[in-house]
Design a protein around this ligand. Sequence first.
Ligand code: GUN
Length: 282
Amino acid sequence: MGVLINGKELAKKLRLNLKEKIEEEGLKPKLAVILLGNDEASKLYVKIKSKACNEVGVEFEEFNLSEDATENELLELIEKLNNDKSINGILVQYPFPKQIRLRKVAEQIAPEKDVDGFNPYNVGKLISGYDTFIPCTPYGIMKMFEEYKIDVEGKKAVIIGRSNIVGKPMASCLLNANATVTICHSKTKNIKDELLQADIIIAACGKKHFVKSDMVKEGAVIIDVGTNVDENGKVCGDVDFENVKDKASFITPSPGGVGPMTVAMLINNVVKACEEQANKAI
Ligand code: GUN
């Protein structure tokens, strides 16, 4: 079996570093999280984020809107938080009820408080290779590469999934790091042929065990972004881990891989926002 990338441990180390930084520099970072409706998975993610923030010393304030809240109600709340100087970062937990458009939400969050990195201004900065808020999941994956000394330069990376939250920003991150990048999606012909050429596979399609061992080149790096629930109610990834692990040079588990890194990078982004806003105020 290849090296198991322990996202849980790495995220713990990063959170500890952030805690030390907050204490040493006397920072008072604060994150506002908006949760719409009663989606159980979203509630759980918000709880995990809240716990991680509390442990590290990031103040966390949760705002709950009902399942049938209007888009305007949400946009007004975001505007209020944009203007609240005590709040450094704003996150609206995704997915949203159908009346709420991600594009509208992303545009409304002030770029300097956009710790998810979804505002088009920040997306443009990322694509252009400027310093900005990098969306937390791709950022966490790049951090894993850095920590495990996986050099992506010149490598062929294939991403499965083209979402604005993972697939597209992941492509920008890898391109900025000089990888050769392919994005596959539901309309791609012959995904297997694409994957068989990949030195690095990022699976973010939301389909349990989608990546099988006959789709993977010997020695590939396998990153699993998926969190699905299997027939027995157990969380599983987009990769058929048990059968792929022996072919991989590095592989993330799911759960315990990318998920905890996403939370650690969110805190990283809140601290970055806090520092930048403090510098601007001087
Ligand atoms: N839902 C799943 N991942 C994310 C994320 O990175 N940010 C937000 N806001 N919602 C999500």
